[in-house]
Design a protein around this ligand. Structure first.
Ligand code: CS2
Length: 435
């Protein structure tokens, strides 16, 4: 996509040969990591994965009971392909800090990948609450064990500059000696990840059993498309991910911004505006005339903030549209609606600011107004909002005066009370398409 040196798929980047074997530790073993990061690691060959769950330990029990194997269903517009992924050695609950410390201190471990979601990076310095803080304890043990080979930490979450964000979060929780040791022994790598991975249901388990014989309690369903762009800054071993088509580049940031603002930005818009308009899935939302018009407008605004050739952006948005329209994927909007207060400031607000304010970014303003409307409707209807700030959202939506309510909600996104976005969102709320 850019002039930056990007290795062609299948070729190892010069000077940093991939290693035949090693251990990768993964934090946050949900559906996405299993469709994307572990899939690529299986293709690379030779490496084993020790994984840790997110908050719920259920995944550890289920995967360990299946010897770490699971079925990956790649769901195209016409048919499914099913493959067994068998790269996991052991799965631990996130709370097993001793296991994490032991694994990071072990010289065979050379790479840590994280899918801990946006909110995971601001979880503070308490190892009981925060994956970066647990990682800091692991690095302390690695330093104390005298391991010299640099370990690479890769963020696979939808944040711009995710490597820098991860570095800050780990260093904030690390002791002084580990901070001094860090730069010589740790590479923190930014990556752009992409593969739409909806939640799987019971019929997916039946499909895996029929096609492969594996009785799978935790199958994964995903789309055919997959992309991983990785900053080329490894001093230690890493899997031969180029065998899975992973691109190594010095310029991850533009890839990140393009994906965050065009894919994730329109996902967020559809998640809220689509549900407010009565849709349940992404393919319905993108086919809804008025929601689609809002998506077009958001895309125009986001495109103008990206320094990429128009033809390339055209190709990117047409491919996105096709992915969103996949009629068999059944990607429910409620999945994408989670954690809006952590997503909007990354995906949407920067576009409004870079365009010069709300009057120059009506599609992006609609995404924010759709969020304020959706959380308000949802709490009033007695449902929970899955969000790290759910409690504060509940208090804000209880305010009966609209401007006060919108002001309180936008404050949770870091928007000041006198920002022009407040009246713009209050007005836009009235215009959103309804069933
Ligand atoms: C979605 C992402 O949950 C969300 O907010 O936008 O999970 C999206 O499906 C992935 O980033 C696609 O790569």
């Amino acid at each position: 996509m850019t002039d930056a040196p990007t290795t062609p798929a299948g070729a190892a980047p010069a000077g940093r040969p991939a290693a035949d074997e090693g251990r990768l530790v993964h934090l946050g073993i949900g559906n996405f990591a299993r469709a994307h990061t572990l899939f690529a690691t299986q293709r690379a060959g030779g490496w084993t994965v020790s994984a840790f769950t997110g908050r719920s330990a259920r995944m550890a029990d289920a995967l360990n009971a299946q010897d770490g194997k699971y079925g990956l269903i790649v769901r195209g517009p016409e048919d499914d392909e099913v493959e067994i992924i068998d790269v996991i050695d052991e799965v631990h609950p996130a709370s097993d800090v001793d296991a994490l410390v032991r694994l990071i201190a072990d010289p065979f471990t050379a790479v840590v990948t994280l899918t801990i979601t946006e909110k995971g990076y601001s979880a503070g310095n308490d190892p009981a609450e925060s994956a970066p803080a647990r990682l800091a304890l692991g690095l302390k043990a690695r330093r104390e064990a005298g391991v010299e080979e640099p370990i690479a930490l890769l963020s696979c979450d939808n944040l711009s500059g995710n490597g820098d964000v991860l570095r800050e979060a780990v260093l904030a929780a690390a002791d002084e000696e580990t901070r001094a040791w860090f730069d010589d022994h740790v590479d923190v790598v930014s990556t752009m990840v992409d593969r739409i991975t909806p939640s799987a249901g019971e019929q997916e388990g039946r499909l895996v059993a029929e096609r492969t014989g594996l009785a799978d309690q935790v199958p994964v369903v995903t789309e055919p498309f997959t992309e991983w762009v990785v900053q080329d800054t490894f001093r230690g071993r890493r899997p031969a991910w180029e065998k899975a088509g992973v691109q190594f580049t010095d310029d991850v940031e533009l890839h990140e911004l393009r994906k965050l603002r065009l894919l994730n930005g329109s996902h967020t818009l559809m998640a809220y505006a689509g549900q407010v308009a009565g849709c349940e899935r992404v393919d319905e939302a993108i086919s809804h005339r008025e929601v689609r018009a809002l998506v077009e407008s958001l895309w125009d605004e986001a495109r103008s903030t990206l320094s990429l050739p128009p033809a390339e952006l055209d190709a990117y948005t047409s491919a996105l549209e096709e992915r969103f329209r996949n009629p068999r994927l059944a990607d429910f909007l409620i999945r994408i609606a989670a954690d809006g207060s952590a997503k909007l400031p990354v995906r949407v607000l920067p576009v409004i600011a870079e365009r010069g304010g709300p009057s120059q970014a009506p599609g992006s303003v609609a995404a924010v107004a759709a969020w304020t409307t959706w959380v308000t409707d949802r709490v009033h209807a007695g449902h929970e909002v899955a969000d790290p700030q759910a409690e504060a959202i509940g208090k804000a939506v209880a305010l009966s005066e609209d401007t006060e309510r919108v002001t309180a909600l936008l404050a949770l996104l870091g928007v000041a009370g006198d920002d022009a976005l407040v009246p713009a969102v209050a007005t836009e709320e009235e215009r959103l398409p309804r069933p």
